[in-house]
Design a protein around this ligand. Structure first.
Ligand code: TYD
Length: 205
């Protein structure tokens, strides 16, 4: 199947909401229909992404909020230039696990201005066609994380995640679809499928 334009579909939400599972399911579904899919995630595994991953597992140390923000921005600039723009130019459907809404929420929760972060990102990062913003309570997400992982990152403390969720709740953008992931997986997947098929093929199913 060839599309006549590229699409950017973003998944957002705090850790433990089920983003990655739904990215996978949606990507598999679109591929089963023969659609050209490119799966990406941020932080990436590039130079900046690896620096960020170290910060996540080892703690922030003396890295301040502005410096942390600059690492995420540098990582995204590379991702935009090397992966996102070329894939979209090739008329792919890019399925992206986290984008600049995460930066607004997570680095915003460190005291930086979320709207400024969005503006600075929108200056270089393509605007998504759809953003699925998953909303599950931080308490429930932490419960899930603790069941599935032995180590918890600096980014997964309850008070921090509550602030992050608060900023996600405050974001206002016509491309955002807020999705409650408490219902069964298949039910949520159906909703996502409906939205994406309507966007790409102009109908509900
Ligand atoms: P995540 O995709 O959840 O990693 P994993 O698959 O290992 O769970 O992202 C790692 C963390 O990075 C997550 O806690 C959110 C954080 N993050 C930011 O703080 N700012 C950002 O701009 C992005 C993209 C992620």
């Amino acid at each position: 199947m060839k599309l006549d334009q590229g699409y950017l579909i973003v998944f957002e939400g705090i850790d433990g909401t089920g983003k990655s599972t739904h990215c996978q399911l949606l990507g598999d579904y679109l591929e089963s229909k023969g659609a050209p899919v490119r799966r990406l995630f941020e932080p990436t595994k590039g130079t900046w992404g690896m620096k960020i991953r170290k910060l996540l597992t080892e703690g922030r140390g003396d890295v301040g909020p502005e410096e942390e923000l600059s690492w995420f921005m540098n990582d995204r600039k590379e991702d935009v230039e090397n992966n996102i723009k070329p894939s979209m130019a090739n008329n792919n459907i890019v399925i992206l696990d986290r984008y600049y809404y995460s930066t607004a929420a997570y680095q915003g929760a460190l005291g930086l201005d979320p709207l400024r972060i969005c503006r600075e990102n929108e200056a270089f990062a393509p605007k998504p066609d759809l953003v699925f913003l998953f909303t599950t309570s931080p308490e429930k997400c932490l419960e899930r994380i603790q069941k599935s992982r032995t180590e918890q990152s600096t980014f997964e403390r309850l008070d921090y995640l509550q602030k992050v969720q608060g900023i996600f709740d405050s974001l206002n953008d016509s491309v955002i679809r807020r999705i409650d992931t408490a219902p069964p997986l298949e039910e949520v997947h159906e909703i996502l499928r409906g939205e994406v098929t309507a966007l790409i093929f102009g109908q509900d199913k």
